[in-house]
Design a protein around this ligand. Structure first.
Ligand code: SAM
Length: 314
């Protein structure tokens, strides 16, 4: 392996923690919604006997990679090259339900952040694309070159939580057309000088990626579908990498775990709310110091776990 491929090899984050949380069992059925390089999925397959796995990846290269890596498991593994927003539809098509565990390891793999990636990273010069599926939808270049200044500012603020969004949007509009990752990063550097370790383009790149792939709406929808697919005591295991995703995960688990929605002060509960989840992790789990040292890309990971309950009552 040369230096570049070592650097681009995806190291699975909180691997053992995720597998333990899934409680992989013999003859169990699991879904990996973000199969990537199949790091987590390989260990799922090895952790018990006769495990069945359904994997998703919207990115064609990662789909191919995962397929190759898990080929030895034959019919026990199915992988689909589609967005996890189609989770329930695909599982139903394959008769793959109810399931014992569902994993989401959100975001990008190291392969996608590498030189050969679809313009996700400003560290490599590439066309400004950012689509997981490069065959449909608007690219990041389409957005920066055609949206109004206000629309760009709002998008960067909403999806990047970037407080300097107006300044950046103004610079983008006056530098159009912008075609590559480096051009965009340079435009941003021109108005926000680099201070400290974080590149000033980080939040803008995050915002564009979220918008291009409709990531937040898709996540909200897929989490609801996942709850429906889980069997009684099935585990929902989610790793997120930024606060917007984590907020959706936290709120989904909280809302599905509520036991009573009656207004405060009622003497008895009349709402008959039936919770569908019970939280397993009460505080978010993060990687240890050693893992962050060995794999700096793990530093922003946040793991939350919940268990399906009342399957036959809801
Ligand atoms: C962090 S990587 C997963 C790495 C994997 N757990 C491993 O150990 O190799 C996330 C993967 O999910 C895919 N992905 C992200 N959002 C997706 C979505 N909405 N639908 C399907 N795949 C998605 C990405 O293309 C990427 O391959």
């Amino acid at each position: 392996m040369n230096e570049k491929s070592v650097e681009n090899e995806h190291i699975p984050v909180m691997l053992q923690e995720c597998i333990d949380a899934l409680k992989v069992k013999d003859n169990g059925r699991y879904i990996d919604c973000t199969i990537g390089g199949a790091g987590h999925s390989s260990l799922i397959m090895k952790s018990a006997k006769n495990v069945h796995l359904l994997g998703f990846d919207a990115d064609r290269k990662n789909f191919n990679k995962a397929k190759k890596r898990l080929a030895e498991y034959g019919d026990n593994v199915s992988i689909v090259n589609t967005n996890f927003v189609n989770l329930k539809e695909e599982a139903e098509k394959l008769g793959f339900e109810p399931v014992d565990g569902i994993l989401f390891d959100l975001g990008l793999s190291s392969m996608q952040l590498s030189e050969d990636g679809a313009g996700f990273s400003f560290q490599y010069d590439a066309p400004l694309d950012m689509r997981f599926n490069t065959e449909e939808g608007l690219t990041a270049a389409d957005i920066v070159n055609s949206y109004s200044e206000k629309e760009i500012a709002d998008l960067i603020f909403k999806y990047g939580e970037e407080t300097q969004s107006r300044k950046i949007a103004r610079a983008i509009v006056s530098s159009r057309p912008i075609r590559t990752t480096t051009e965009l990063a340079d435009v941003i550097l021109g108005v926000i000088p680099k201070r400290g370790k974080i590149h000033p383009a980080t939040k803008t790149f995050q915002a564009l990626r979220i918008a291009v792939n409709n990531e937040l709406d898709n996540l909200e929808s897929a989490l609801q579908q996942a709850i429906e697919l889980l069997d009684e005591h099935g585990r929902l295991v989610i790793m997120s990498y930024h606060s917007l995703e984590d907020r959706i995960v936290k709120t989904t688990i909280k809302d599905a775990s509520i036991t009573c929605k009656c207004p405060p002060g009622l003497p008895v509960c009349t709402c008959n709310t039936i919770p569908r989840l019970i939280p397993v992790t009460h505080k978010v789990v993060v990687p240890g110091e050693e893992e962050i040292k060995n794999n700096p890309r793990s530093r922003s990971a946040k793991l939350r776990v919940a268990e399906r309950i009342n399957k036959n009552r809801t």
